[in-house]
Design a protein around this ligand. Structure first.
Ligand SMILES: [Zn+2]
Ligand SMILES: [Zn+2]
Length: 321
């Protein structure tokens, strides 16, 4: 077992630095509000961006919007899009089997964050990125993130500077300059570090809690995924994980009336605004559309042959189609 420093070091350091939140002088209501807003907004870069858009292509957006989501996802320090997507697709291909990168059936701690700490050659090797994330790596920016491993760190550091600058400006506008530096520190601690830790644990809960606790709508998925209301609440719908495993291509994970999927409704809102171009419906609707299309194709193929002997009478019939 070899420690995977690339993940272990930032995870340990940011958890330790986030403990600064317990220093009373570093608390501010502005920092707390930025933290809570950030948990949702940056969390959606993972849920909506990395998961539903890149890993499952369950909706379609212009490239500028996709890149915006990825930029924010990089501010969550959950690694590059290709690595995240490859890990997640590997999870779907081998859920709760030996090759699942993060099954909590090993132990809860392993499925939650232990798996990130050790080198997994199947996961981190080039063949897995080629097999599971080739489409993602076709994007030049995503490929460049792999070639320059320091660039995601630079993006994360840049956001710290931006949050500090915003905090300093808010502090300077509302009080003496001495307070401005404390507000800058508060914004970094709460707005970036605490938020990063919370978004991590929410993402990891989808891997751990929802493969252990909750109910199942689908017993035939061949793994142990569950629908968990607490994770659904924290992760904007992702907790309806058994529904997701039963139909991973669907944009929505909402199947019963109480299984509210906030992410899906936000994607619907983006569609109403003209940003989202297409949404993949649930399997039943996809099957109905495919069946109707197959039926009309078959009709188009058989119609001329069937009507040919009838000569001129066939023409108006075809024109009516
Ligand atoms: Zn799963
Ligand atoms: Zn998935």
């Amino acid at each position: 077992m070899v420690l995977f420093w690339r993940y272990a070091l930032p995870i340990a350091s940011i958890h330790l630095l986030a403990l600064l939140a317990f220093v009373p002088a570093l608390f501010s209501w502005t920092g707390l509000v930025m933290c809570l807003l950030g948990v949702h907004i940056f969390g959606q870069a993972i849920t909506m961006g990395y998961h539903r858009l890149l890993a499952h292509r369950s909706f379609d957006v212009p490239r500028w919007f996709e890149h915006g989501l990825v930029l924010m996802a990089l501010c969550c320090m959950e690694d590059t899009p290709a690595r995240w997507v490859a890990t997640h697709r590997m999870h779907h291909a081998h859920s709760d089997e030996e090759d699942d990168p993060h099954s909590p059936l090993v132990t809860f701690a392993w499925g939650h964050m232990g798996w990130l700490m050790l080198v997994n050659r199947d996961l981190h090797g080039l063949p897995s990125y080629d097999r599971f994330a080739r489409d993602v790596l076709r994007d030049r920016w995503y490929m460049s993130l792999e070639k320059r491993p320091w660039s995601p760190l630079a993006i994360y550091a840049l956001q710290i500077l931006l949050f500090a600058a915003a905090g300093w400006a808010i502090g300077a506008l509302t009080g003496p300059v001495g307070d401005a530096w404390m507000m800058a520190a508060s914004m970094v601690v709460w707005g970036v570090l605490v938020r990063t830790v919370l978004v991590w644990h929410i993402t990891w809960s989808v891997n751990s809690l929802t493969h252990l606790f909750g109910y199942r709508n689908h017993d035939d998925t061949g793994e142990n995924s569950r629908n968990n209301w607490l994770v659904a609440l924290l992760a904007a719908g992702e907790g309806w994980h058994n529904n997701h495993h039963a139909d991973p291509a669907a944009c929505s994970v909402q199947q019963r009336w109480w299984e509210f999927d906030l992410t899906y409704w936000e994607i619907r809102a983006l569609k109403a605004m003209g940003i989202v171009r297409a949404i993949t419906p649930a399997r039943a609707e996809r099957v109905a559309v495919a069946t109707a299309a197959a039926a009309s194709r078959a009709e188009a193929l058989t119609a001329p042959a069937a009507s040919a002997p009838r000569g001129a009478l066939a023409q108006p019939a075809r024109g009516d189609e």
